[in-house]
Design a binder for this molecule. Structure first.
Ligand code: GLU
Length: 312
């Protein structure tokens, strides 16, 4: 008998098109996809291009096509953040009516001269929100820990957690932490599976969910793929882009990274059957319980994904 879809589980993969997919992003896409499908839930792709200075519109379709070459297709229409600005603006208006945000004209230099973190200096100044000013959250966060589905109990001790963080920048671009939460609420996301480089944002995002009266999500953080400690594969450090023509091999490497054995996977010749097998065998506790996982170019499984400048 076919298992009915799980209407409770909705996951997502939310790439920022500031560069092409690299192995670290593929691993997050695959993990979030398998976890959603293994739980009979839905899996969505969302293009997080809110930071227009860093993102390149021409990459949207390249990323979506590359995911499709790996058999990773969104179950709903793909949401693109740059087309959702009115919704974000409405949310900020709500916060403004509730006195939860305020305008700030402090420069970085001024902030640093007063304290290591933003000290709430503008909270009582009642500045209007005009060009050159940022909007800050009147942050009363009390969340400091949560239980990650992979890493277990996580305590988050960083300034972002408690500081009056910026929700709209001086260039009037909305901040990642605001829009990621608004979109997770809007799309009915229940489970987040993403890279551990975002672990530290989780308690702040939980607080934002509460502010918007939305239920909290389940989080699972995948170890960040690095070439040596502290050197994660990223768009900034020229991680090699994923070659969609090698999709089957790419998937096998991503699955090994996520805890599968080469032995289990070597016989597969088709993406569809490989993904079906991986969905069936997916156990989140196979993923390494680490914030970072070192991959080496000397290992055949990963050599394709490390550019020479990084391997040395
Ligand atoms: N857009 C973010 C990134 O590319 C991911 C956001 C998230 O998964 O919460 O790093």
């Amino acid at each position: 008998m076919a298992i009915p879809p799980n209407t409770e589980y909705k996951g997502r993969f939310a790439p920022s098109p500031s560069g092409l997919l690299h192995f670290g992003s593929l691993v997050c896409a695959v993990a979030s996809y398998l976890d959603a499908k293994a739980n009979h839930g839905k899996w969505l792709i969302r293009i997080e291009d809110i930071d227009t200075q860093r993102c390149r519109p021409e990459l949207h379709s390249v990323i979506i096509d590359s995911l499709a070459s790996h058999g990773l297709l969104s179950d709903e229409v793909i949401l693109t953040q740059s087309l959702e600005l009115d919704r974000y603006e409405n949310a900020l208006e709500q916060l403004s009516k509730r006195n939860l945000i305020y305008a700030c004209d402090c420069s970085r230099k001024q902030i640093k001269s007063r304290s290591p973190h933003y000290d709430g200096y503008c909270s009582a100044r009642n500045l209007s929100f005009t060009q050159g000013r940022a909007l800050r959250l009147n942050n009363k966060n009390t969340y400091e820990h949560f239980v990650d589905r992979i890493l277990g109990p996580c305590y988050i001790e960083n300034s972002m957690n408690i500081e009056d963080i910026i929700l709209k920048r001086t260039d009037h671009c909305f901040a990642y932490n605001l829009v990621v939460v608004l979109d997770d609420i809007y799309q009915g996301i229940s489970h987040v599976v993403r890279g551990a480089d975002l672990l530290e944002t989780t308690t702040l995002q939980m607080y934002l969910h509460r502010i918007f009266d939305a239920p909290l999500l389940q989080y699972a953080h995948i170890p960040v793929a690095s070439t040596k400690p502290g050197f994660k594969l990223s768009k900034q450090n020229h991680a090699k882009e994923i070659d969609p023509k090698k999709a089957l091999n790419n998937l096998v490497s991503a699955l090994i990274y996520l805890g599968f054995s080469h032995e289990q996977l070597k016989a597969f010749e088709k993406i569809e059957t490989l993904l079906c097998f991986a969905i069936d065998q997916w156990r989140i506790n196979l993923v390494a319980k680490e914030r970072e996982f070192i991959i080496s170019g000397a290992n055949d499984v990963y050599s394709d994904f490390i550019s020479e400048s990084l391997a040395n």
